[in-house]
Ligand binder design. Structure first.
Ligand SMILES: Cc1ncc(COP(=O)(O)O)c(C=O)c1O
Length: 438
C-alpha cells in the first residue's frame, strides 16, 4: 500500500469539500443521529455516534421479542454471542466464523484470555506488558500475576515505570520487534499489547510480533479496542491467536455495549479461562455437578449475554460489513493524513507537536497532538468552539475520524476552529469545572 495522496491545498476549505465529494463512504453520515451539524465530533475513537437503524432494531427487539415472547425468546437468543461474533469477525477481523464471541467487557475478556494463556504455559513465570498499554490491561495483568505467582516485566517506553520496568526505546509508543527480541525469553508465558495505542495512535506490527512470540512458545493477547473498525485487522494474515476489543468506539455500538473476544479454533480445546461459567459447559442445561467445558468458542463465554446490547452490535457491524473494512481503512489513512497536514500547517506554529507516526500503516484512526496547555485547550475546544476531542494525560489531545460518520469538512472546521482558539488565546478564559471524565 502506498501512502495516501491529498489533492490540492489542504488548508483550503474547498479541498475538504472536494474530498467529501469524492468519498465513497460519505453517504453513510446520513445514517447516523447528528444532533447539531455544526458540532465537529472528533471523538469517535472514544464513543462512536448512534446509527439510526440501531434505534429501530433495539425497539423492535423490545416489542416483538422480549415483549411478545418473554422467556420463550431464549430458545433463539441463547447463541447470539457467537452469531453476532461471526458478523463482527466477518466485517472487521478478517477471519473465519466460530472463533469470536461478543460478550462482557474488554477488561473481563482480557482477564479470561490472559488467564487462559497463563494456565496453558504454567511452567513459565513471566508476563510482559507495555507501560503504554491502556490502564485496565496493566491492572488486570497485575491481579493475574498475584493470583498465579508470576513476575511482571513492564516495557517502559515512556519513563512512567510499572512493575519490573525495563527501559525500551519506542518513538511515539511504537514498539519494534528488535526492542522486544531480548525480552521475550523462554520464561515468558504471555505478552499483551495494544494493536493501536490508545494514546499516540501508533499501530504495532502484529505479524512480526506474533511470529517472534510464536517461535518462542509465547502467547500474545492483542487489545484491539482502538483498532477495530478503523484498520484492516486481517487476523488470518497477521497470525493472531488471541484478541479482545470493544465495540463502542469505531464500532458505533453504544456506551458500554458488549465487547468481543477471539480465540483461534486450534486453541479452543486446549485453553482454559480462569472464570468457568455455566455458558461454557458442554451440556449446559443438564446442570451437572462438575464443570465439563465444550471444545468450541462457547468455552470462553461466562454467562447470559445482553441481547439488547448484542442487537446494537449486530446493527453497527452489519453497517461496517456493508461499507467494507478496506474502504473504511483507506478513509482512516487519508483522513489522518489530512489532519496531520493541517496540524503541520496551522498548529505546529502555535506550539503543538504531533505525537503519532507519520506513516499511514503505523497508525490507526486517530492522531494525538501535544501542547503544554493541552487540558485547557481540549476543554475550550468543547465549550467555545463546538469541537469534541478528548484529553489524555499528561499533555495529549486526541482527534479522530470515524470513517462512516465523519466528513472531511468536519475535520477541516474542527482544526480551523482549534487554530483560531489557540491563536487568539481565548482558551485561557475557560475554567475547568472538575469533570471526572476527560
Ligand atoms: C485500549 C483499551 N482497552 C481497554 C479499554 C477498556 O474497555 P472496557 O471498559 O470495555 O473494559 C479501553 C477503553 O477505552 C481501551 O481504550
Amino acid at each position: 500500500m502506498s501512502e495516501p495522496v491529498l489533492p490540492g491545498d489542504a488548508t483550503l476549505r474547498s479541498t475538504a469539500l472536494a474530498l467529501d465529494a469524492a468519498d465513497p463512504l460519505a453517504h453513510f453520515r446520513d445514517r447516523f443521529y447528528i444532533d447539531d451539524d455544526d458540532v465537529c465530533y472528533l471523538d469517535g475513537n472514544s464513543l462512536g455516534r448512534l446509527p439510526l437503524e440501531t434505534v429501530s432494531a433495539v425497539g423492535e427487539f423490545m416489542n416483538d421479542e422480549w415483549g411478545a415472547e418473554a422467556v420463550d425468546g431464549w430458545s433463539h437468543w441463547i447463541d447470539e454471542a457467537a452469531s453476532v461474533g461471526d458478523i463482527l469477525a466477518s466485517a472487521a477481523l478478517g477471519t473465519e466464523a466460530g472463533q469470536t464471541l461478543v460478550c462482557d467487557t474488554t477488561s473481563v475478556n482480557l482477564y479470561q484470555l490472559v488467564g487462559a494463556a497463563i494456565r496453558a504455559n504454567s511452567d513459565r513465570k513471566t508476563i510482559v506488558v507495555d507501560a503504554a498499554n491502556f490502564p485496565t490491561d496493566r491492572y488486570i495483568v497485575q491481579g493475574l500475576a498475584d493470583t498465579f505467582g508470576l513476575t511482571i516485566v513492564t516495557l517502559d517506553t515512556d519513563g512512567s515505570g510499572g512493575p519490573g520496568s525495563v527501559s525500551v526505546e519506542a518513538r511515539d509508543d511504537l514498539l519494534t520487534v528488535a526492542a522486544l527480541e531480548p525480552i521475550l525469553t523462554d520464561q515468558v508465558a504471555v505478552l499483551t499489547l495494544q494493536t493501536v495505542n490508545y494514546r499516540s495512535g501508533a499501530r504495532a506490527d502484529m505479524k512480526a510480533i506474533n511470529d517472534l512470540a510464536r517461535s518462542r512458545g509465547i502467547y500474545v493477547v492483542w487489545d484491539c479496542a482502538h483498532a477495530i473498525g478503523s484498520i484492516e485487522l486481517d487476523f488470518d494474515a497477521t497470525g493472531v491467536d488471541l484478541a479482545v476489543g470493544c465495540t463502542y468506539k469505531y464500532g458505533n455500538s453504544g456506551p458500554g455495549a458488549p465487547a468481543w473476544l477471539f480465540v483461534r479454533k486450534s486453541l479452543q480445546p486446549v485453553l482454559n479461562p480462569p472464570i468457568q461459567g455455566w455458558f461454557a459447559q458442554k451440556d449446559q442445561f443438564a446442570m451437572g455437578p462438575v464443570f465439563e467445558p465444550t471444545d468450541t468458542i462457547r468455552r470462553f463465554q461466562i454467562a447470559s449475554p445482553s441481547i439488547m446490547g448484542l442487537r446494537s452490535v449486530k446493527m453497527a457491524f452489519e453497517m461496517i460489513g456493508e461499507a467494507g473494512i478496506s474502504a473504511i481503512a483507506r478513509k482512516a489513512e487519508l483522513g489522518t493524513e489530512y489532519m496531520i497536514r493541517l496540524v503541520d500547517e496551522w498548529l505546529v506554529p502555535l506550539g503543538f507537536r504531533l505525537g503519532t507516526p507519520r506513516e499511514a500503516l503505523q497508525r490507526g484512526g486517530h492522531i494525538t497532538i501535544h501542547h503544554p496547555n493541552a487540558k485547557q485547550i481540549a476543554l475550550a475546544m468543547r465549550k467555545v468552539s463546538k469541537v469534541i476531542p478528548d484529553f489524555r494525560m499528561p499533555d495529549g489531545i486526541r482527534i479522530a475520524l470515524s470513517p462512516l460518520p465523519t466528513s472531511f469538512v468536519e475535520m477541516w472546521d474542527g482544526l480551523a476552529r482549534t487554530r483560531d482558539l489557540v491563536a487568539s488565546g481565548e482558551y485561557k478564559n475557560v475554567t475547568d469545572e472538575g469533570n471526572r471524565v476527560t
